[in-house]
Write a protein that binds this ligand. Structure first.
Ligand code: SF4
Length: 475
């Protein structure tokens, strides 16, 4: 059992977003963008652009040489005493964690923030097997108490106010804490500390995996990542195969751009490096360490030259913060733990066009995401290609859009490209539209066109430019 979505309707999800969401999201994203801008400005544009270019090249080199670097990392982790598992898909990854848990009779698992574990719906599988799973990142802990997933890839509970969190703690934990960040953090810390000590399994993700030494790198602002990977007797790290970087020099570039883009910091509070379990009994730490290398559709993305740069993403969240669509609907509308522009290009490829074909359309294509991305992913080019894939299909996947929409799009394309047809069509539409027009707008259109008017009215066809010009110039 898992909660990996099988169908995402962005449009319907957006309509369920509470009216307070946009203001809460914009308050948080304005703050992140402000601190990021100050740091980038301090570096100077030349240096920042050079770092972005270097980041792009490092990531592109890594994902186009996965065969070499992943095997190198596997060798290094194994040599250090760790166990490496290869998971083709979400189900295989979940099965590996369940087998490790069964072997160690795990009853309580503590987790640090891991988008890979969200992607495979791990918590629900473990819970179905009778294992209690506790999120230990403060934001994840809060949204777990609320019975929800992360609303943002970096700050999962960013849309909730201190008052809402205090009320949640009162209801779920029975603790009356004032609505102050420090006090609320203290409550969570006290609750979690005991759980860390009782946990049988620690689960983490990894921001990067350094191939030359097999080192898992965790970039966090809370100590929970270190607690999860050191206190319980067994540690499992789930890392997407795209997270590989060749060496420490490459890592240095990415660490510089990640913290600045994510939280507007020069460096995060904790940058942890895990190179296998302790080497001797004298060292503390988990007795067993497992690394799960997760594919789950990444190889398929790599096989598509037009969209493979999706895999360069370092999950900084900057494209979410700048995106006008995300700023209006927040993360939950995307129906996937990775939201915003990066979620749209990732989820629609991982889940396929039939399940998530609406996501590439959840964008204004304004290009702000391209400009802010610290590893220069051409997000709007990828979105456009994915739209084309949904409507017409390509080498990777057949068309997923409904037949009527595909025929309509093709007919529209022919009409717009043929002058006489365009003129005749616009004259006819002006007459045909009459029953639906009220004060220059059509609020409810029939058939497939209703998909548009479900969310906004359609402007009535007015006199075309040529007739207007003729009338104006008395011709
Ligand atoms: S696509 Fe770029 S900006 Fe967006 S999360 Fe990934 S690295 Fe950051």
């Amino acid at each position: 059992m898992s909660h990996v979505p099988t169908s995402i309707d962005f449009r319907a999800n957006s309509q369920r977003v509470p009216p307070t969401m946009a203001a809460a999201v914009q308050k948080a994203t304005t703050k992140f963008l402000g601190t990021r801008a100050t740091l980038v400005e301090a570096l100077g544009d030349d240096l920042w652009q050079a770092l972005r270019q270097a980041g792009h090249e490092v990531r592109l080199h890594a994902i186009t040489h996965l065969d070499h670097y992943l095997v190198q990392a596997e060798r290094a982790v194994t040599k250090a005493g760790g166990h490496v598992h290869w998971a083709r898909d979400a189900e295989e990854a979940r099965r590996i964690v369940l087998d490790i848990s069964a072997k160690h009779r795990v009853k309580l698992a503590v987790k640090s923030k891991s988008m890979a574990s969200e992607e495979i719906g791990l918590n629900q599988s473990l819970e179905a097997a009778g294992i209690r799973v506790l999120e230990t990142d403060l934001g994840e802990y809060i949204v777990q108490l609320k019975g929800m997933g992360p609303a943002h890839i970096v700050v999962p509970a960013f849309h909730l106010s201190k008052e809402e969190i205090a009320a949640l703690f009162r209801e779920k934990l029975g603790v009356d804490a004032p609505a102050e960040a420090e006090k609320l953090t203290q409550v969570a810390r006290m609750k979690l500390r005991e759980e860390f000590l009782n946990a049988d399994l620690g689960i983490s993700g990894g921001n990067f995996l350094v191939a030359e030494t097999g080192t898992i790198v965790m970039v966090t602002n809370e100590g929970n990542g270190r607690m999860c990977s050191t206190v319980p007797p067994v540690h499992v790290a789930i890392v997407g195969i795209d997270k590989i970087v060749p060496d420490w020099e490459s890592l240095a570039v990415l660490l510089k751009v990640l913290a600045r883009s994510a939280t507007g910091q020069k460096i995060t509070c904790y940058t942890s490096f895990i190179s296998g379990p302790p080497r001797s009994d004298a060292e503390t730490g988990p007795r067993e360490m497992h690394l799960i290398l997760l594919d789950n559709g990444r190889s398929r993305i790599l096989g598509s030259p037009e969209t493979r740069e999706t895999l360069l993403c370092i999950r900084c969240g900057a494209c979410l913060n700048i995106c006008p669509v995300f700023n209006n609907v927040g993360g939950y509308a995307y129906g996937y733990p990775i939201s915003g522009p990066t979620g749209s290009i990732f989820a629609s490829q991982i889940l396929g066009g039939k399940a998530a074909g609406g996501l590439p359309f959840a964008s204004t294509l304004c290009g702000a995401c391209n400009d802010i991305c610290p590893v220069k992913i051409p997000i709007t080019d990828i979105l456009l290609h994915l739209r084309h894939r949904v409507v017409e299909g390509d080498d990777v996947e057949g068309a997923a859009a409904p037949y009527t929409l595909r025929v309509g799009a093709q007919a529209g394309s022919v009409a717009l490209g043929t002058t006489w047809l365009y003129r005749m069509g616009s004259q006819m539409l002006k007459r045909l539209q009459a029953p639906w027009v009220r004060e220059g707008w059509m609020a409810k259109l029939p058939g497939p066109l209703s998909r548009w008017t479900m969310s906004r009215p359609f402007p009535a066809f007015a006199a075309d430019f040529r007739s207007w010009w003729r009338r104006r110039s008395g011709g």
